[in-house]
Design a protein. Structure first.
Ligand code: ADP
Ligand code: MG
Length: 252
């Protein structure tokens, strides 16, 4: 099986700051891949390089072995690169349903192909119902997004990304600001995305519990460089990692 996402020798500088240096790793479909490292290590920069917000200075990025290094971000999104943001980005005055629909391309289509779109809309609604049942929220989709608790909004960010049927989903710090029950729910949702939807998930998270719990593979960054990669067992016993990261502050 080919990786769904592959980075090969990716570099990015901001002025004198090296944010990514020769970064190489790959993510297999249907797996959760952790991206960890101290603050400023370059984690969010990598997500921005993968989603096309930034362009790599050097190196290449492949989606399902297609070179996407120079493809603009809106096209990458259509090709299957989904993402969530550290702080949920919703239209506060719109209802929950419409906010979730906005993540898909259904609402950008023009009036032709109506029957095709009607079918797509039906699929969207049934998939939404399925995901809402999975989350077990007791909410009304017609309510304003602002009626939701922060933790619910963070979970809906992931749902919104999933509704667009990504092949790769970039998830930046989903556990920040959540309580333990909500963190468990996020882990279940990400497992579901990987196992059932076969999405390749790239997960940035400071909670080592979460990372060690749900990742098949982990990449560790320090000053823009990959200092280790491997399974949770390999990473937790890696000397360089303990020195650069784990040993210094176990739950940064
Ligand atoms: P992390 O997400 O691991 O905390 P970042 O990727 O946000 O780290 O940042 C990595 C380095 O790149 C930091 O030194 C940061 O200040 C710098 N950086 C990130 N984005 C920019 C930018 N748009 N302009 C200038 N410097 C940036
Ligand atoms: Mg960051």
């Amino acid at each position: 099986m080919n990786p769904i996402l592959r980075l090969n020798g990716v570099c990015k500088n901001f002025g004198g700051v090296v944010a990514a240096e020769d970064v190489t790793f790959s993510v297999m479909p249907g797996t959760i891949h952790g991206l960890i490292g101290p603050n400023g290590a370059g984690k969010s920069t990598l997500m921005n390089l993968i989603s096309g917000i930034y362009t790599a200075d050097k190196g290449s990025i492949y989606l399902d072995e297609q070179d996407i290094t120079h493809i603009p971000s809106h096209k990458r999104a259509r090709m299957g690169i989904g993402r969530t943001f550290q702080t949920p980005r919703f239209l506060q005055r719109s209802n929950i349903h419409d906010n979730l629909l906005l993540g898909t391309d259904l609402c950008h289509q023009v009036g032709y192909l109506r029957s095709f779109l009607a079918r797509r809309q039906k699929d969207f609604e049934s998939e939404l119902q399925e995901l809402m049942q999975f989350l077990d929220f007791s909410i009304d989709l017609d309510d304003d997004i602002s009626s939701l608790a922060y933790g619910q909004q963070k979970q809906l960010e992931i749902v919104r990304a999933m509704l667009a049927h990504p092949r790769v989903m970039l998830v930046d710090e989903p556990a920040a600001g959540l309580n333990n029950k909500e963190i468990d729910d996020v882990m279940e949702l990400l497992r579901y995305a990987a196992n059932e939807r076969k999405i390749g998930v790239l997960l940035i998270e400071h909670s080592m519990d979460m990372i060690m719990n749900i990742c098949e593979e982990i990449v560790v960054l320090s000053f823009g460089k990959v200092i280790a990669q491997g399974t949770p067992e390999q990473i937790s016993s890696n000397e360089a990692v303990i020195e650069a990261y784990l040993g210094r502050d176990n739950n940064a």
